[in-house]
Design a binder for this molecule. Structure first.
Ligand code: HPA
Length: 281
């Protein structure tokens, strides 16, 4: 016996199940341990994760689409880390502002869960709403403000988000990168950048950075039973905090400038967080 809520939920999950089976067939990898989504500025940050086992065009897999944003790669890659774990890298996310619906936004996360991922690493480029942060700086996301007024969950599905960006993983990340600062990420729908008044509002609400992704994916990941770890690259100061206007080229340039540090940082965090012997030695 199904009801409307069940029917609405079955479709996206079936999509993810289908996509996971296609990835298994195309790559020969049956199970993964973790997944990484590469956001703006993080395009080549996967290169240090380990040995590249397989690379496929995301657009050939059910529910994935070609990157709509310049500077994002449309590839799905599987790496074997030095600990022998398998990590699926999603080279381009679907953003809410693309208008494909919220299920499309979280499809990558749900597919990773269907492939067996226990940990979801989400990366993004973000604007700082405080001058305590500087462009080029990576930031560990400690919590979020989901200001999209949307949820990827439908129905009476009351998921606890108290420790969404798992403190266990944040401790691990800080242990391998002691300089990493933590902050609160606010997601707005975009695609327009904020006004200076909105940037001031976000700071007064408790945000440290603002972007157009991540929170909905984090909620879907937790709902799928995964632990979540998220990293921002501060690509610019928010509107009104810097002397210039904002543009996407600046976001990409900050990523290029930080390329040498982001890849090794991501690799250290992923390796430590997915180390099967972590906590036992
Ligand atoms: N605002 C929103 N999203 C962003 C920004 C910003 O300043 N920088 C990078 N992504």
């Amino acid at each position: 016996m199904t009801n409307d809520t069940t029917a609405a939920r079955e479709h996206p999950l079936a999509h993810a199940l289908h996509a996971a089976d296609e990835i298994r067939q195309m790559t020969g990898v049956t199970t993964i341990d973790a997944s990484v989504t590469l956001g703006s500025g993080w395009k080549s940050a996967d290169q240090h994760l380990g040995e590249l086992v397989s690379e496929i065009d995301a657009a050939t897999v059910t529910g994935f689409r070609r990157a709509a944003v310049l500077g994002h790669s449309g590839a799905l890659r599987i790496y074997r880390t030095p600990h022998g774990t398998h990590v699926l890298v999603i080279g381009a996310r679907t953003h809410l502002y693309e208008g494909h619906g919220i299920d499309a936004v979280v499809h990558g996360v749900r597919t990773a869960a269907q492939l067996g991922a226990k940990t979801m690493f989400l990366t993004n480029g973000a604007g700082a709403v405080t001058t305590r942060l500087s462009p080029g700086q990576p930031l560990l996301i400690a919590d979020h403000l989901n200001l999209t007024a949307r949820s990827p969950l439908v129905g009476a599905d009351f998921v606890d988000l108290t420790d969404l960006y798992t403190s266990r993983l944040r401790d691990i990340a800080r242990s391998v990168a002691p300089d990493l600062q933590e902050g609160v990420y606010a997601q707005l729908p975009g695609p327009h950048y904020e006004t200076p008044a909105e940037v001031r509002m976000l700071a007064s609400l408790g945000a440290d950075v603002v972007g157009m992704s991540t929170t909905l994916e984090a909620i879907a990941a937790r709902h799928s039973g995964m632990d979540v770890c998220a990293l921002s690259l501060v690509t610019n100061l928010g509107a009104g905090l810097q002397g210039t206007i904002l543009n996407h080229e600046e976001v990409l340039e900050a990523g290029r400038a930080a390329e040498a540090t982001l890849g090794p940082l991501l690799a250290r965090v992923v390796a430590a967080a997915t180390n099967p012997t972590e906590g036992t030695d």
